[in-house]
Design a protein around this ligand. Structure first.
Ligand SMILES: [Cu+2]
Length: 117
């Protein structure tokens, strides 16, 4: 039991991805400061829409990581993520993916997220 606690602590203490960007898991080359967010206009896209509130993003590299994860899902037509507000918008094809899968993809990048209205 004690060794397990040490192992878990070591993972978080020494994993560079966890430590980068003031704790944001965007990678060790994160420090992009005022880099633009990956906010794009999705209004022309047809499809289902979902919105999420993402916590812990610090820079444009953070939002780029979330956008890439969303765009990698089959059925996603577009994703817009603002690292400053934590607002993520996704347009997707119903039947190919769903809101739960999108949320899972976001949280898999290392950022906590919840569905937003
Ligand atoms: Cu970052």
């Amino acid at each position: 039991m004690r060794i397990l606690i040490v192992l878990v602590f070591s993972f978080f203490a020494y994993n560079p991805a966890v430590l980068a960007c003031g704790g944001a898991p965007c990678g060790d080359a994160c420090n992009m400061g005022d880099a633009p967010s990956d906010s794009v206009d999705l209004s022309s896209l047809e499809g289902e829409r979902a919105a999420f509130s993402v916590e812990g993003m610090k820079c444009g590299r953070c939002s780029a990581k979330v956008v890439a994860a969303l765009n990698a899902i089959e059925g996603v037509k577009g994703a817009s993520v603002d690292h400053a507000t934590g607002n993520a918008q996704v347009v997707f094809q119903a039947g190919k993916t769903d809101s739960a899968a999108l949320l899972a993809a976001i949280t898999a990048t290392g950022y906590a997220a919840t569905a937003a209205q």
